[in-house]
Design a protein around this ligand. Structure first.
Ligand code: ADP
Ligand code: MG
Length: 696
């Protein structure tokens, strides 16, 4: 019964293969499949037929409008709705949708961040249909996944470089596979993003201007109980939350999003949803859809879904684990096979990945840098800001043994048959789960754990795809230069040398320890703790060269991305600072003043009767003094934010927000939080952590 319901509803609101097959003339369907499966260019002749079929289908699903659904540099999705309605001129109407409208749109999108790529006088940006991601109906709107580019063809969004990087990786991976005598039709990435989030009561949310304006609490003393009992993780799910999760699953399944696992996370009120992995760009689209649906559906249950990386101090923040692998015609390339040949191939891809991560660790770090994520990385709850690779206690010795064979060229064949054939067993038994590693091999995929919960995971995947493409290219070049030698020996040697040269990136120990920080420094691994330190990697000549070489991003596109991210950081911290000043002056100050006044009146009244209270007197004094401090710290914060705002250079401005404004925010918060801990609950103007995190 339940199964029938799910299979009946699965993909109901997604224009999937079955719908295409049923509704398109056979030749058109075949052409479209070739566009989707083989990346053939779209023939405009068939666009009209597809648009018509899509519209008829969408009307049946209750749609009245269509939109090009795209991902500007804000990271979230954007849409502008147009109705299908077209007047006939005789008072009647027609529901129309042309091939042109399907394929290309021109949103009046001059207000999206473009990092300077698009001056407003040349504000035209185009949305272009991405046929590889299925259209869907959401809230009576036919949504068409699109890329967003400028008049001159520059990427203005997150999707375009991701699509380009998938192409680059496919081309290079196919060259590698060809050397192994394999010629798959498609090589794609597979991605399974695990999404963490918080759910709190709407009434608490509405009573906190900081949550409303910034997505996180900027004040709040520690809750009496934190996550130390570890009772929330995988614990029984609250009935309201359960109802939310059920509705979310239903909605996602209808949209063809393969939501799979749901559970409570470590922090109180924190949860996770993991989907079944899909082809990379699709997985990114579906993750965005999931995030959007989470917010909407929470509101049906009197809840608010917080996707910020750090909504609450003192308990864990939220991340998004990016599970990543490569598949050739559906076969996972990070899965060692039954014979040495497959295992050699596995070792080559493994080495390529390790080299990619080591060479561009700075870029990977930059790809997950944001004001929100700065609260997580390196805070002993998420991976450190240092990028390293975890191979586990089983696979590591194999790699180490390989490196040690350095001077025993003759033994290469032997080694391959000795150490490596047992690989599938070794890896199957790999239950090792080092949670402190930013980049962990988990049996048949890598799990990149640094991305923040709120971010669009295109960025890190663009870096991964391109960096791995480069290493595949290196491998092929190496082999081609040694065409007269035995391929397997040469391939093994490349893997061995690559593991040796990038050995420093492999770390299986505790990533939270202070020793690792020192050790990483000795190894020369970058450790960028904050966004302003991490972002300039986008402008590093070696990284520009990488992206240009593989046609993923041009120098000017990269520069624009740097500017957009740097500006976003400054804007976010500025909003937080303003919000704190405002709350301090207009919420906390009146509360403190009122409460101290109350006590003072009580002290005075009692004194007339000859009653004295040492506690009351000292409390009134402490609170009054505290209020003075709060007032002063708010003034200081305001002045520092003002100074940061006045700086014009993006890097200097970010640095100022990071090193001058944030400490002033922390000082103000510390004083307010200390006062919250001694102020009467009835006087406190906003809900406390206790109330928010432990609702019934
Ligand atoms: P856990 O990491 O908690 O043990 P799983 O290993 O089952 O859980 O998977 C976690 C996530 O990784 C899921 O979203 C899953 O779909 C995804 N995943 C599994 N295999 C792959 C793969 N080959 N490529 C990409 N993602 C994958
Ligand atoms: Mg996992």
């Amino acid at each position: 019964m339940a199964h029938d319901k799910v299979s009946a509803e699965w993909g109901d609101l997604m224009f999937d293969d079955q719908d295409m097959q049923e509704r398109l003339p056979k030749p058109t369907y075949k052409k479209l499949r070739r566009v989707i499966d083989d990346g053939e260019p779209l023939d405009l002749d068939i666009a009209n037929e597809i648009a018509h079929a899509m519209k008829e289908w969408a009307l049946e699903k209750g749609a009245t409008h269509f939109t090009h659904w795209f991902q500007p540099l804000t990271g979230i999705t954007s849409e502008k709705h147009d109705s299908f309605l077209t007047p006939n001129g005789d008072g009647t109407i027609l529901m129309a949708f042309s091939g042109k409208e399907l394929v290309q749109g021109e949103p009046d999108a001059s207000s999206f961040p473009s990092g300077g790529l698009r001056a407003t006088f040349e504000a035209r940006g185009y949305t272009v249909w991405d046929p590889t991601s299925p259209a869907f109906v959401k809230d009576e709107v036919l949504c068409i996944p699109t890329a967003f580019i400028s008049y001159t063809g520059e990427a203005l969004d997150k999707k375009t470089p991701l699509l380009r990087s998938e192409v680059a990786l496919e081309v290079q991976a196919k060259r590698v596979l060809a050397l192994f005598g394999q010629n798959p039709r498609r090589v794609v990435t597979t991605i399974g993003p695990e999404q963490e989030y918080f759910l709190i009561r709407e009434e608490d949310y509405k009573a906190r201007p900081d949550l409303i304006l910034t997505g996180r609490t900027l004040f709040g003393c520690a809750p009496t109980k934190g996550q130390e009992l570890e009772e929330h993780y995988f614990g029984a799910i609250r009935p309201t939350v359960n109802e939310f999760m059920k509705e979310l699953d239903d909605e996602l399944w209808k949209l063809g999003v393969p939501a799979k696992t749901k559970h409570n996370e470590v922090a109180p009120c924190q949860h996770e949803l993991a989907p079944v992995f899909e082809q990379g760009t699709l997985a990114v689209d579906d993750n965005l859809l999931t995030m959007e649906k989470m917010k909407l559906i929470a509101s049906h249950h009197g809840l608010v879904c917080l996707q910020h990386e750090k909504p609450f101090e003192y308990v864990n923040g939220s991340g998004k684990h990016d599970n990543w692998s490569l598949a050739a015609d559906g076969k996972n390339l990070l899965e060692p096979g039954p014979d040495p040949e497959h295992n050699l191939r596995f070792m080559v891809f493994l080495a390529a990945l390790i080299a990619a991560v080591d060479e561009h660790a700075d870029l990977l770090r930059a790809s997950v840098a944001s004001a929100g994520n700065d609260h997580r990385l390196g805070a002993n709850e998420a991976p450190p800001a240092i990028v390293s690779v975890f191979l586990g206690d089983n696979l590591s010795p194999v790699v180490e043994a390989l490196i040690r064979k350095e001077h025993a060229e003759a033994q290469e064949e032997e080694l391959m048959d000795l150490g490596v054939p047992a690989l599938p067993d070794i890896i199957r038994d790999n239950t090792d789960r080092n949670r402190t590693s930013p980049f962990a091999f988990t049996g048949n995929k890598f799990e990149f754990r640094m991305p923040g919960s709120r971010q669009n995971i295109s960025d890190p995947n663009v870096v991964l795809n391109t960096a791995v493409a480069e290493q595949c290219d290196n491998f092929v070049t190496y082999v081609e230069e040694r065409a007269d030698q035995d391929f397997r020996t040469v391939a093994m040697r490349w893997a061995r040398h690559t593991f040796r040269d990038h050995h420093r990136i492999i770390f299986n120990g505790n990533g939270y320890s202070a020793e690792w920080e020192e050790e990483a420094e000795r190894r020369g691994l970058p450790n960028y703790k904050t966004t302003p330190e991490a972002l300039p990697a986008l402008l590093d000549p070696k990284n520009i060269a990488l992206f240009e070489k593989y046609g993923v991003l041009t120098e000017s596109e990269l520069h624009a991305r740097y500017i957009a991210k740097a500006e976003q950081y400054a804007k976010l911290i500025n909003i937080e600072a303003n919000c704190m000043v405002d709350m301090a002056r207009r919420l906390y100050m009146p509360a403190l003043s009122g409460y101290a006044g109350d006590i003072a009146t009580s002290v005075a009244t009692k004194a007339e009767l000859g009653i004295t209270s040492a506690a009351e007197k000292s409390l009134a004094q402490r609170i009054t003094k505290g209020a003075d401090t709060v007032w002063k710290l708010a003034d200081e914060l305001e002045a520092k934010a003002e100074k940061a705002r006045s700086l014009e250079d993006p890097k200097a401005q970010d640095d100022c927000f990071c090193t001058v404004v944030i400490p002033a925010m922390e000082a103000l918060r510390a004083e307010v939080d200390a006062l919250e801990a001694i102020c009467a609950d009835s006087w406190w103007p906003v809900p406390s952590y206790n109330a928010i995190l432990y609702y019934a």
